[in-house]
Design a protein around this ligand. Structure first.
Ligand code: SAM
Length: 261
């Protein structure tokens, strides 16, 4: 997977591309990245990349030519990497909201993506002629498209084969698991948690200590269904649950209501 990033702030990617899952993917050669700074595609002595908006109003707008040149150069780089049809993705609050399904489609369908990070009031609208997809990370505003691009890259890269040490961990993640719901709770040592901030020691559900894989699987599925019912009921709407899932969720709801009562 080849990833091009068009940004005025390449330094924001210095650490991001080196550590964790993304750093490992690059280290293993699963992902190759290249940054394109529109400032390098300016002709004037001040290396101007933004200007006042036509029609007046606050803020500055990213100029079209340095962005178009950056995208064209990124596409040339993609070609040298044998990617003939990279997708250009613009990060914008006006875009389609990023989902696990979208990241999965990038990870499986595309060999090259160019992420375009806006700044200021955004980009000259005419650059949109070169954009294939517009993606938002949510209904709020950050100051630039760099963090949204990093969210997209991180989400996609962990789904690429050979990146996670144990691929099963992505398969049990929220939204990625076969039920498309939240993940179950997790526990690790110590078995009995004692801490000044706790009124009493906290243990671990017995089922996780019993070593019975089938009972543990069913417990985890029940908890995942229950968490989803409590925290994200929208994920269960219009979902056809199989027989086991229905029974587990009914049990969870009953236990929850009994506990409340
Ligand atoms: N005036 C713009 C608007 O209301 O849509 C906001 C521009 S914002 C300060 C600057 C850049 O940050 C945008 O061009 C976009 O690239 C990025 N950005 C901000 N919020 C975002 C979000 N929720 N999702 C994706 N990109 C975002």
């Amino acid at each position: 997977m080849k990833v091009g990033i068009v940004t005025l702030f390449p330094e924001l990617f210095d650490v991001f591309l080196q550590v964790g899952v993304v750093g490992r993917a690059i280290g293993r050669g699963v992902v190759k990245t290249q940054i394109f700074n529109p400032r390098h595609f300016t002709q004037d002595v001040h290396r101007t990349v933004d200007d006042r908006p036509f029609g007046g109003g606050p803020g500055m707008v990213m100029m079209a030519v340095p962005l178009l040149d950056s995208i064209a150069f990124a596409k040339t780089w993609m070609k040298t990497e044998n990617v003939c049809h990279p997708k250009v993705v613009y990060l914008s609050p006006a875009g389609e909201k990023l989902t696990q399904a979208k990241a999965k489609s990038w990870a499986t369908e595309k060999e090259g993506i160019i992420f375009l990070a806006g700044r200021y009031e955004g980009i000259d609208e005419r650059v949109m002629t070169q954009v294939d997809e517009i993606i938002s990370i949510g209904d709020y505003i950050v100051s630039g498209g760099e963090i949204p691009a990093q969210v997209c890259i991180e989400t996609m890269v962990r789904l690429l084969p050979g990146v996670l040490n144990d691929p099963a961990s992505a398969e049990q993640d929220a939204f990625s698991n076969p039920d498309g719901i939240l993940d179950c709770p997790h526990y690790t040592r110590p078995q009995s948690l004692v801490h000044d901030s706790l009124a009493e020691p906290l243990g671990v559900p017995d089922v996780l200590l019993g070593g019975n894989h089938e009972t543990i699987r069913a417990w985890r599925r029940k908890q995942a269904l229950g968490q989803t019912w409590q925290k994200r009921p929208d994920l269960l709407e219009n979902k056809t649950l199989d027989k086991e899932a229905k029974r587990l969720l009914e049990d969870f709801e009953q236990e929850f209501n009994n506990h409340k009562g």
